[in-house]
Design a protein around this ligand. Structure first.
Ligand code: MSP
Length: 647
């Protein structure tokens, strides 16, 4: 019986359309699943949507629809996206499915029967955006969410608690006995110190919330959304519904998550399972974030890239390749369109695309399309040895979830073979019958390298790999190649190559930008993403939060350009009670002389900071309009005194 391998993506919240972060996790999970299938494992890839909880309930209200209607809409978008980008999932769980209720109730009932659930009351601050409890603090002192920094909300209500505190030692023991339970290493250490610092019992039910699964023994409560969502990993694999399947695939091999939700998976989740007497996962991997100019891409910051648009403009293969190759798995990485274009033009069009097209062209021209048996040419054995070494390295890297290195291995082979072709000058020797064996060798080595390359890239860029395979004249599916025994062979000898259109076009940055705009204008996901960035949907704050911002009226006394900075103006403003120097990025929209004497609004209590060596003591308030974010200064229609406060 083949070894099984169960891998999961998180269950995505349905309050907003799919975003790049979750798309990335899912592409990685799909790549691992495809790799493991080619290594002979019996694989189950799980994905799902997290549809209960306050966050969804609120967003639905805002959109004037029911929570389930909203969930239906976003769930459909996820399915559409997964199809577009080639995700071959085996299981998908929506947490609103009936079968899922049964497994949540089962897990809870077992944990309760084992004495790990009790009734109490919860008072504290809660982050609706993360659906997470903030550390203890009194009701009068609002706290920012320790994870995302957004304001939290006060709750005080009856609740059922899970005795998380009882699991501190067992969790530490689990981490110690299974050093690869939490990966990467750095995050493992963070989790260990978090657990060592002490665990408090966890509220696992809500009485004021209605959008959730009711507790079986007290239906006035619904389950805390994380207790509900995590359990979906069991639902997907037959917990309570298919014992045979469940015992075959559980415990899960890898839960793949972003680092922001590692704590839920590496602390709460194994504790719930231990409490219910269910085996704990084999490993949890917390990957890094995609950043935009060094800041996390997130829906609420409005700096996310819409995966539908990216897919439309670049295609799923380039998108997959870029995401897997660019990010060192586990670390953060800046997302840049320029880098995608660079990868497209150099790695895909130039290196891989050219190797295929020149090999196919030479075989057609010199050997009527048939792959000859090898003769002898300069560098033959070096190419073969390199291929053998890189196959092994690639495998080790993929086993270790080191995708960028694994792909680098393949591109090292591609470069070497391109160089090998050039060194042997096939176009020159083709004319000389005495050099026929040398030419045979070049053609064979190039084609066989491409066969190996097709198999190696298949988990990451499956459609490209299949095209390569077919252009080489091979039948069936490239995915049927057992990667575990892949080696240099003579399989291609005598085969007739088919050829075909070039693999990847070269991209022109200007054209790409134009396409991005058109695609963004047409896409429903993009429209929804824009809406998520709209300030009217920014997280709510209290009046106390707002009162912390000291907005004042001031008059501009001096204004001049800052040398070497195109956008910056240095202003001196009169606040009535004092004069201030402020640097403002408004030079694209305002000439300095037009500002002198003008009334403006400033944020007066912003921490001073230095820009271009000059201190800025405050910030001018402006609207930003249009695609270029052109600033338009806030002002008044009536006369207002300097120093007047805006409330
Ligand atoms: N619903 C929870 C997960 C429950 S699993 C039992 C959730 N959903 S989410 O939709 O907000 O996030 C899903 C995933 O996207 C998380 O793994 C998160 O880390 C990932 N990302 C969100 N923004 C990201 C980046 N900017 N970069 C990479 N991944 C990030 O959390």
């Amino acid at each position: 019986m083949p070894n099984t391998f169960y891998i999961t993506t998180p269950l995505y919240y349905v309050n907003a359309p799919p975003h790049l972060g979750g798309t990335y996790t899912t592409i990685v999970a799909d790549t691992i699943a495809r790799y493991k299938r080619m290594m002979g494992f019996d694989v189950k890839l799980f994905s799902g949507t997290d549809e209960h909880g306050q966050k969804i309930e609120r967003e639905a209200k805002k959109q004037n629809s029911t929570a389930l209607e909203l969930a239906d809409r976003v769930y459909t978008q996820y399915l559409k996206l997964w199809k577009l980008i080639g995700i071959e999932y085996d299981e998908f769980v929506r947490t609103t499915e009936k079968r899922h209720d049964a497994s949540v109730i089962e897990l809870y009932t077992r944990a309760k029967a084992n004495g790990y659930v009790y009734k109490g009351s919860y008072s504290g601050w809660y982050c609706v955006s993360d659906e997470a409890y903030a550390p203890e603090s009194d009701p009068g002192t609002p706290v920012a969410c320790p994870d995302c920094g957004r304001p939290t909300e006060w709750f005080s209500e009856e609740s059922y608690f899970f005795k998380l505190s009882a699991f501190q030692d067992r969790l530490l023991d689990l981490y110690e006995k299974n050093p690869s339970f939490i990966r990467p290493e750095g995050r493992r250490n963070e989790i260990i110190s978090f657990v060592k610092s002490g665990l408090k019992d966890l509220s696992i039910s809500r009485v004021t919330l209605k959008w959730g699964i009711p507790l079986p023994d007290d239906p006035s409560h619904v389950f805390y959304v994380w207790f509900d969502a995590l359990t979906a990993y069991l639902t997907g694999i037959g917990f309570k519904t298919d014992d045979k399947k469940f015992s075959k695939y559980w415990p899960v091999d890898t839960h793949l998550v972003g680092k922001d939700i590692l704590r839920f998976h590496a602390v709460y989740w194994p504790a719930f399972l231990l409490a219910a007497g269910v085996e704990t996962p084999k490993s949890v991997f917390g990957h890094g974030w995609w950043l935009s100019q060094d800041v996390k891409m997130s829906k609420s910051r409005g700096n996310v890239m819409d995966p539908f648009v990216l897919n439309e403009v670049f295609g799923s293969e380039l998108l997959r390749y870029y995401l897997l190759r660019e990010m060192v798995f586990g670390q953060d990485c800046n997302f840049a369109l320029e880098a995608i274009i660079q990868r497209a033009n150099s790695d895909l069009a130039n290196d891989l695309g050219n190797l295929l097209s020149r090999t196919v062209a030479m075989l057609s021209k010199y050997r009527a399309g048939r792959v000859p048996a090898p003769g002898e040419a300069k560098g033959d054995s070096e190419v073969r040895e390199l291929a053998a070494r890189l196959i092994a390295n690639h495998r080790a890297n993929f086993d270790d979830y080191n995708f960028s290195r694994g792909l680098e291995n393949v591109w090292e082979l591609i470069s070497r073979v391109n160089k090998y072709i050039v060194e042997n000058e096939p176009w020159a020797i083709a004319e000389k019958p005495s050099e026929a064996r040398k030419l045979d060798s070049v053609l064979f080595h190039a084609a066989e390298s491409l066969r190996i390359i097709a198999a190696l890239v298949a988990p990451a860029i499956p459609k490209t790999a299949q095209t390569l395979w077919e252009q080489l004249g091979l039948d069936g599916k490239v995915t049927s190649v057992p990667l575990g025994t892949l080696r240099w062979s003579q399989d291609l000898v005598g085969k007739t190559i088919r050829g075909g259109p070039s693999l990847f076009p070269r991209l022109d940055p200007k054209e790409v930008m134009k396409k991005m705009e058109t695609a963004a204008g047409q896409d429903e996901g993009a429209a929804a993403a824009k809406d998520a960035a709209n300030p009217t949907t920014a997280p709510q704050i209290t009046i106390e939060d707002f009162s912390k911002i000291d907005l004042r009226v001031a008059t501009v006394l001096e204004a001049e350009r800052v040398k070497g900075a195109d956008k910056l103006l240095r202003l001196v403003v009169d606040l009535g009670f004092e004069k201030r120097q402020i640097l403002a990025g408004i030079a694209v929209a305002y000439k300095p002389e037009s500002l002198v004497g003008r009334k403006v609004v400033i944020v007066a209590n912003l921490q001073p900071r230095k820009l271009r060596g000059l201190e800025s003591n405050g910030m001018i308030v402006a609207a930003s309009i249009g695609p270029e974010d052109k600033p338009v200064l806030a002002g008044f229609h009536e006369e207002v005194e300097n120093g007047a406060r805006l409330k």
